[in-house]
Design a protein around this ligand. Sequence first.
Ligand code: HEM
Ligand code: HEM
Length: 1020
Amino acid sequence: METQVSNGLNLFLRLQDSTRLNELLLVIQQSKERINLALQGLHYVHFARFVPFVPAPGQAYLLVITEFDGDLKPYVMDFAAVIGDEFSAILGFVADPPPLPVQNHPEAFWSFIEANNRSDIPVWSAYPDKTVLDILGPRRAPPPTPADPPPARIDLADVQGNILRGYRARHALHFALAIDDGDGARRFLAALTDGDPAKTPRVSSATVESESPAYLLNIGFTHWGLGTLGVPNDTLQRFPPAFREGPADPQRAWKNGDLEASDPLHWHLGGPGTPAVDLLVSLYTRNAAQLEHRRDQLDALFGACGLRTVSVRRTDALPDGKVHFDYRDSIGQPHIAGAPPRSMEPDMQPAAQAGEFLLGHDYLNQYGGNFIGTLPTELANNGTYAAVRLLEQDVRMFHGLLEDASRRHDVPPDLVAAKLMGRWQNGRALSVSPVDDGGPVTDKQLPRLNRFDFAPTTRHPDVFDDADGARCPVGSHIRRLNPRSALATGKPHSRRIIRRGMAYGPAYDPKNPADTEERGLFGLFICGDLEAQFEFLMQFWVNGDLSAHGLRGTQDPILGTQKMGGRFSFQVDGRTEPVTVQVPRLITTRGSLYLFMPGIGGLRHLAHLPAPTPPRGRSMPNTVTPDAFNPHEAHFIADPYPQYARFRDQAPVHHVRAPEDSYWVFTHALVSEVLQRKDEFLKNPVPVPPANNVTDVVHHLPNGLFFADPPRHGQMREMLDPLFAQAIESAAAVAQPMANQLVEAIRTQGSLELIADYAIKLPLGVFMHVFGVRDEDGPGLAAWINATLAGNDDALPAPLRFQAFTARMAVGSYFQALRAGCPTGERTMLSLMKTVAEHTPPHPMSPEEVQQTAVHFALGGYLSTTFLIATGVFNLLRHSDQLARLRSDPALLDRAIHEMLRYDAPFQLTDRYAANDTTLGKMHLPRGSKVTMVFASANRDETVFPDPDRFDIGREPGPHFSFGGEAIHKCIGKPLVDIVAPIAFRTLLDGLPNLRLAAAPPIWQHDPYFRSFTSLPLLT
Ligand code: HEM
Ligand code: HEM
């Protein structure tokens, strides 16, 4: 993942009153010096200009042109913090300004910038490929150290203990729980806050009640969990997007570097393929026997309160407070003004403000505002957020790295380890002990391990100036993640984070390097704003191509994805040349949750929430929370149907927010209505947006069948239906031997991953035959189609979507060439279109239309059958009674396929656009609105299908929408599906009489438009 290094912020601001332009220019003139000084402290901006623009009398604009490093949002947020007053003064002149002063409304300021930034204007770069630190060089006068902020008055009894206190616990259990019964869960919270301590465990606060408490207990909730507990919709929406969306959200996962092996699809906790987690209870003790004793007590309480254990993770401190990789941990923590002192002496930075970690109107954060936002104080006061991370560590690989680097570069392995971390494994900082580890750390020395800095400051002028990383590499883990007073991108001394982590899994034994045990770190990363703190660290300081001197093209050696090659350089005392080693990816994310950790008062508030009406004993929230609805959430993807049911009941047409920005239609009746109003709900957006980039170019390709609107659509369809019937005449003769061969190969191989081994190969092979695609082109075409569909999801990061658009163009070019070269007179679909449809009066198709239609056939023509095979087999295996029924009565197969299509529609959703202002249901839709028909929901509409959530292969076939309904765009490929699907199921089930689900949960694919798995391992 590469971060673009120079970016443009171009604001084009209209003045409220054009006659005040000169006054505005004066204000800018007066604040220029302060702005420049502040920007220099941020190390972001290459240049910035304010340009007045008067296009016509009575109109005046101000252009703000900036070229900066890194990503826009952190830049803008830091900007608000350091020059909020100056910016507010300027915005006071502008039409429709954001709420002022901007530093009190940083999120609104961000929205304003996002809306007004003309990111499509290319910036001229004064320093292409350079960064501010490259331009300025690393050495500059030390910045004046800001004074410690005044200590906040923190109500310690109301703050959960693990936020402000390191417990020095040696053991912990983390219970991930799901709520089956909202009343029970509220009773559980009441017991935790006010129960009899002799009978039930109590949640621990930051008040030190005893030097060695028997146990400590803390709790946090996912956004989903808060909804389940009965927090009202209005409140749920007020939480920040990062918490609402969670770490499995594809875009957030991408930012956090959770790619490939770390992809949420593979997580054990919090991923789309794992059960929903509502809350996490963490129990800490100093001795192991206590842990077991309290565990029994807790288990009993969970059972009595309808809390289902989804997973339990045990962690233990390794000797000397170490974690795997053998480093002492939990030394560096922020010193918070007003918090109780730690046993560890504070570092040399100014204290952090309480508001960086705690929510409350009295707690200022690093931007001068407070992170509580508009959340109700009774719920949020003294609360905070935590990113829970389950991080597997590859210890064998780490040892290999040390040994290899040591051998190649003739440096001791423990020095390599120290350079990677910035601390020796015994905890001493390289900054104070640059050449050796200084021997064992005594009890007296231990509290001082955090007294160091990387650069002198006015307060600590004698600190060694390690600007070049001679002692502690600039790219080492601790220096990247807490740059202290050294130069960093962004506001100095910000983005601090509280860490509570311990090792899980057995200690690594170098004598048994090949053991297959999973081991790693279970950590809570606590902060007042997940996006500005935790995610910023992951995206920029860990994985970003950052502008700090000497860091270009590198990532954190411990945590980084190493997608940039894994280079890590350090200097060795007495040598002139730095040593450069190659670092593999050492950490794999195995799970993650974003939690809200309320204060004790907040927990009491939750305990006494009224039960949501109507009360139902389900594991999901019972009422829809329309504005919190996020179709990319893991729980939703794994099982969208309970949500659909609630929408049918409570909000049958609902405007889903960006990136969808669409009116979703959930009931059978309303979906039918949209389909019938075919001249009002079109395939093409109105008005057509201008084409600026690759996305728009693809949207502007000439229309093939799928995207054609009346009357052109009908003209083409009339010609194509009979041609398709001819093209598929030999499909059965091809499909059956192909299926036999695949099943034979599976039997020989003895294992089966259904998707790759069967569900793709069969329909793809048949499609290629029907279209006349040559065998050797199959894999390439399939890869493009895969990339195209994989990028369909609007929630994905822009680079992935762009990749999809380019793949889409490649499919287009392929069919253009194939059409041009395809022989006439063959009974393939392409040949028939070229020879017949292009020449049939009165409305022949153009070559472009043929080419595009071929692309549409390719995109819709085989993967949808793959999806049907995937979910169909899964549903049969999950409902063993239905499978047995089918095996004993094979004549049921046609009905069974109908039911599979109804129960899990392969195309869950499809889009149209409103041609005019109109109404649908009770909703007013402005012209141009996107409308998404939720076929999958209409297929489960209880008013049409009795007992709709039951999978019943003998069900009387009903009017499901899986082929697009009785409408003009109804699937043209259905006759082919009618041939291929029965062959696919019959051959597989007959050939593999013992087919069973494997223990591993299947992995659902991310995109709410489709329903399938990326992988479905089965036992044969
Ligand atoms: C398995 C993964 C990880 C390992 C093995 C690990 C290990 C360590 C160790 C040994 C230290 C030095 C001891 C100390 O200063 O307390 C440290 C410091 C630190 N780590 Fe990690 N860490 C991991 C993941 C993370 C993550 C995910 C983050 C946050 C996004 C993080 C943030 C920090 C910070 C902020 C420091 C303190 C720097 C300071 O204050 O000087 N670490 N880590
Ligand atoms: C189980 C398999 C399939 C399913 C569930 C399915 C589903 C659908 C649906 C829901 C539509 C309507 C989309 C809309 O209204 O926006 C559609 C249209 C279409 N399908 Fe299929 N399809 C399948 C197989 C196929 C096959 C095998 C082909 C071709 C070889 C194909 C080609 C098309 C085409 C070209 C259209 C556009 C028709 C038009 O706009 O007039 N589909 N399909």
